[in-house]
Write a protein that binds this ligand. Structure first.
Ligand SMILES: [Zn+2]
Length: 459
């Protein structure tokens, strides 16, 4: 049995620093924009790239076809009886537009100081590759791992992972694991590594109101028929009160309240409401009364209009009384709210609000379940120790206002929790021009991944 020590492995990872950056640049040069059908071949090439990397490290790998882009599945299961780690990542990226705002080509990775700039640098190629390289090095050096590891790296995350849930259901046996690991998120701030234990869910609706059968002259018909634009504005104004509380009956029934400990932990984080407001150039912040900004962002459900359309919006004045008005709005949900239940409550309330002068159509778009990992989950402590090794600092436990739907799919289908270990930074410009990844964090992430196996085996 070879007994290559962790010190030797970490030394090797540090020696390979430049090579690892070059490897990431090679992956980033492939414009794997999953939403762009003309780039289907490039997307596949990015999947093949990570497949080859996993093969090279010694994993048994397949590139499985789906009705869309393929899934790279890598397995090493030579440690019977030991726990199994399932690592998820994605090799597709957001479109790079608007191109003119990039300082360099979006697919010409460029190092600026300590940052690597390119589309996908942090979301998610940089973070996913860090996990592959750290774990891969252990397998390469030792010829074995102390725990079983499965990699599941998909190519459709940026288009809502339409084929992932069926894939996970179909391969549930192969994907069986004790805990999942995803690095597709952020630290709390520079030098403040974090594990994200809560994610918001989502319920998205569209309302279409129709009044008279055609646009009318507001002079000839004003005062005779109702105006769907006015009606819509009134309806929207009744969804929330002045204290920022949602007025849909039953909306808060299943909300898990913050405990005193939760609130104390959030208060202990370095966060300035003033700086936050200054960065957004607003004179005052707003949200549900009785809660701080971080509490509202992370642990309180919200309702926001995402789009409004009605009447004349072109140049000059057109005195129209519009026939139709449309609004899209979303509710961000927290544990234990359920998107389908919230959708039903919302529909019933909207029907109550809609006057007989208009007809209303409501359509429900995609939903996502909220996630909250139990703080006593033992894998959290294991992952924290690994982060402490890799980053030299224990992580803080945070929540996130966004959704990562795969986390609830893994919970529902495989029955496992996910450790969301963010290697990125909040200002990495994911989905924006000049996306970046802080290279020292890339290195720390690689080392953390190697340490995680060691900590898992020792637990
Ligand atoms: Zn991502």
């Amino acid at each position: 049995m070879s007994t290559v020590s962790m010190t030797e492995i970490v030394d090797a990872l540090r020696e390979a620093r430049e090579a690892h950056i070059e490897k990431l640049k090679d992956w980033l040069r492939i414009p794997s924009v999953s939403t762009d059908s003309t780039r289907k071949d490039e997307v596949r090439r990015a999947g093949e790239f990570i497949r080859d990397e996993l093969v090279d490290a010694g994993f048994a790998v397949r590139l499985d076809e789906t009705p869309g882009h393929p899934v790279a599945l890598g397995k090493w299961d030579g440690a019977p009886g030991a726990p199994t780690l399932l690592v998820y990542g994605h090799y597709d990226v957001q479109p790079p537009e608007p191109l003119e705002l990039w300082r360099h080509g979006a697919f010409e990775p460029t190092v600026e100081g300590e940052n690597l700039i390119a589309r996908g640098a942090t979301d998610d190629k940089g973070q996913a590759l860090a996990l592959v390289l750290g774990i891969g090095e252990v397998l390469r050096r030792r010829g074995s791992l102390p725990v079983n590891v499965t990699f599941l790296i998909e190519g459709e995350e940026e288009i809502g992972s339409p084929n992932l849930e069926p894939y996970i259901r179909e391969h549930a046996d192969e994907l069986k694991a004790d805990i999942a690991l995803i690095s597709d998120c952020s630290q709390f701030g520079p030098g403040l590594p974090a594990i994200t234990v809560g994610l918001k869910g989502l319920c998205y609706l569209q309302i279409d109101l129709t009044g008279p059968n055609r646009d009318l002259h507001s002079g000839s018909f004003g005062g005779a028929v109702d105006n769907p634009a006015n009606v819509l504005a009134t309806m929207i104004s009744r969804l929330k009160d002045d204290d920022g509380r949602v007025l849909i009956p039953g909306f808060y029934d299943k909300v898990r309240e913050l405990t005193d400990e939760d609130r104390a932990a959030i208060r202990a984080l370095p966060f300035s409401e003033e700086e936050f407001a200054r960065d957004l150039e607003v004179d005052a912040l707003h949200g549900e009364k009785g809660y701080g900004t971080l509490e509202r962002k992370w642990a309180r459900p919200t309702l926001d209009v995402n789009g409004l359309l009605s009447g004349w919006t072109g140049e000059g004045a057109k005195t129209v009384l519009p026939s139709r008005a449309m609004a899209k709005f979303s509710m961000r949900l927290v544990a234990d709210q359920h998107p389908d239940e919230i959708a039903e409550m919302t529909k019933a309330f909207l029907r109550e609000l809609c006057p007989p002068t208009c007809t209303m159509e409501i359509s429900i778009d995609h939903g996502a379940e909220p996630v909250l990992v139990d703080p006593t989950n033992p894998w959290l402590a294991v992952a924290s120790r690994a982060v402490e090794r890799g980053f030299g600092k224990a992580p803080v436990m945070i929540r996130e206002g966004g959704s990562i739907p795969v986390v609830s799919v893994l919970k529902q289908v495989l029955g496992i929790d996910t450790i969301l270990l963010g290697l990125g930074l909040p200002d990495d410009n994911a989905h924006s021009p000049n996306e970046k990844f802080h290279l020292p964090d890339y290195q720390r992430g690689i080392e953390t991944a190697a340490w995680l196996l060691e900590e898992m085996a020792g637990s």
